[in-house]
Design a protein around this ligand. Structure first.
Ligand SMILES: Nc1ncnc2c1ncn2[C@@H]1O[C@H](COP(=O)(O)OP(=O)(O)OP(=O)(O)O)[C@@H](O)[C@H]1O
Length: 254
């Protein structure tokens, strides 16, 4: 089932007219160099940045026609630039985004993936960068937790892996694919080529405000497509059921 259908969606000076769809059960990773337009595309598809032109349909209805409270019950967005909730504890912070009682605030699976149970009593402002990011990812999931359990959540994550250590990066990437397997849709921007190649159903490669390639990672992530997108010479190997991407050398900007 199509959850998001963008047709000719454009943002002045940031995003060229773009046609993309997101189906239920998909985990899509969006890749491209700094400034390629990944955040802009995610914000637009999430209905948080009005497009200059084009049409955005969510569940076959115009996105702008959906009451915000209805939308927020199944669509959540993890941002790269979270503001600091001064002075409050992690428990209080998360409780703003959950309908569950404080005693059952953190579903076990979220704690298994993000490992934040021991941080609940700490002040948000005193966490390390990666701890804070894990708390914010939990916030994003808690906001739509009832929809996640029903397999109908639309989860946007803008660079959720950036500050995580290697174990949490892989645990989160794997968990997002499992959420998609349960019917949810995850749209994730990433600079982690190897992670994205192996933990996504589709990738969108962006360059200069355009989606220039989209499809299954094994089809789309080739030296020929990745080279011009990242201005690097790459080697791609398929070994042990994994895709391995190696940078051979940075190339001159074309
Ligand atoms: N609020 C804004 N107003 C105007 N231009 C913006 C704004 N935010 C981003 N831009 C510009 O839009 C373009 C795309 O930015 P965007 O943040 O979408 O890129 P990105 O691919 O997410 O980059 P990164 O990997 O660095 O996070 C860039 O040229 C950026 O400078």
């Amino acid at each position: 089932m199509k959850r998001v259908t963008a047709t000719g969606v454009r943002v002045d000076d940031r995003l060229s007219p773009t046609d993309v769809t997101v189906k239920s059960g998909e985990c899509i990773h969006v890749l491209g160099e700094n400034g390629a337009g990944k955040s802009t595309l995610l914000l637009t598809l999430a209905g948080l940045l009005p497009p200059s032109s084009g049409s955005l349909m969510i569940d076959a209805a115009p996105a702008h026609s959906m009451p915000p409270a209805v939308f927020a019950a199944f669509r959540s967005f993890h941002t790269q630039h979270a503001s600091d909730p001064f002075g409050i504890s992690v428990r209080e912070y998360l409780s703003f985004f959950s309908t569950a009682a404080v005693s059952t605030l953190l579903p076990g699976v979220i704690n298994d993936v993000l490992d934040i149970g021991h941080l609940l009593g700490r002040r948000v402002s005193e966490l390390s960068g990666g701890e804070r990011q894990r708390v914010d990812i939990a916030r994003t999931l808690l906001q739509v937790w009832p929809a996640i359990r029903e397999g109908r959540a639309l989860i946007f994550m803008d660079e959720p892996f950036s500050s995580l250590d290697i174990r949490h990066k892989y645990k989160l990437a794997n968990y997002l694919t499992s959420l998609a397997s349960a019917g949810n849709s995850c749209i994730v921007s990433s600079h982690e080529l190897n992670l994205s190649a192996n933990y996504s159903h589709r990738v969108w490669l962006m360059r200069q405000g355009q989606v220039v390639h989209q499809g299954a990672p094994e089809k789309v992530m080739t030296p020929e497509t990745l080279g011009p997108v990242f201005h690097c010479d790459m080697r791609v190997e398929h070994a042990r059921n994994m895709i391995e991407i190696h940078v051979i050398q940075p190339a001159a900007k074309q």
